[in-house]
Design a protein around this ligand. Sequence first.
Ligand code: DLL
Length: 429
Amino acid sequence: MTYNGVETVDRDQLRELQSERLCDIVEYARENVPFYREALAESGLPPGEIDGIEDCSRLPFTTKEDFRTEYPDGLFAVEWDAVKRIHASSGTTGKPKIVSYTDRDLGVWRSVMARSLAAAGVTEGDVVQNAYGYGLFTGGLGFHDGCEELGATVVPVGGGNTARQIELLTDLGSDVLACTPSYCLYLAEEMERRSIDPHELPLSTVVIGAEPFTDPMREEIEAALGVTAVDVYGLSEIIGPGVSIECAAVQEGLHVWEDHFYPEIIDPDTGELLPEGEQGELVLTTLTKEALPVLRYRTGDITSLTREPCACGRTHARMDNVTGRTDDLLIVRGVNVYASQIEAAMLDVSGVAPHYRLDLSREGELDRMNVTAEHHEDYAGDVATLETRILERLEAVLDLTPDAVSVVEPATIDRTETGKVQRVFDHRE
Ligand code: DLL
């Protein structure tokens, strides 16, 4: 079921709306953000030059670095008294990116989150256990507001506190669980350890996002909990969760709410626009943001786009599941590989559980890669065989021979109870 008529609007009408909004947001950013005034002038785009959505690719990019140099509020388009909320996203290094919202922005966020939850199959009467972290991270409050807007019952438990999570899931009979995929797996494991069978609970849907996961990982989650896992995507710089989501009805790509966020795919090396269907870096432009309008933001996330109609009836473009980021590319002895490719290849080997870590180091001039993975609880074979199978699979699929593969007992590798999981440990710097 759709939440808002705009989700199924005719594509010509959608384009018209996008064109109008793009022209307005470009002039708004020029007038109110000195950074954009300069960037637009440097790009040779005088006022009035942007005439429609087809001109979007003429605009200059905004990068993560721009958020850093303009820290904390250099990209804001409004005075502080109009800012009603702040969130932040912590990078791995340096200062966090500070993002701001006016009342109207918070309204847009609530409504795109409500739409997203409805697309995931959540309905008014559902109980949603929100295990995304509350605080500066956008996950907790983003989901919270969206649930309220939709009229669902929100259980604001936040991240971590696994014993409490399980107790609430059981006692309240939550219908929906919202959390990261890695935490979802951890909860499933802990339930098994406590002899609680998730299949006997009313839980039917998990809404997972905030970090990459592969299809085999999703299958593990669905089988362990007896649920449908729906992929939700977003980022603080654009709004938070609710930029795009899969429709539970079809689950072939994530609908990007194009009336508010305009997506493009570029070649990350040249910056050139790529045609529909090709994989590249996702670039997003906010069409309606007041406090923090962002033009052509280079997300670093790798995906592709399609505007083919979806059987669910929604007309908004769909992006592929994000399994990697441009800055996650590992170069190991000259071979380019993403952690997600290693994950997918390993999980193809039966008996391997979706808990692993990759350790990269350097010996003299040579890179070393050690892979550690757990075997499944019910794996009855010997560990050495599994290690060989993983090694062979990685060689065959990725052309990469790890220096060591260790298969360890279940529940050996550290779990992440709050925040985003880290699986790659690069000790080479
Ligand atoms: O992670 C917002 C969010 C919260 C999304 C809850 C979904 C659920 P940031 O902390 O700013 O915001 O991190 C954004 O996380 O650029 C991606 O690299 C990654 N990411 C987010 N969702 C997905 C997803 C939130 N579904 C960054 N699949 C993004 C893969 C994702 N990666």
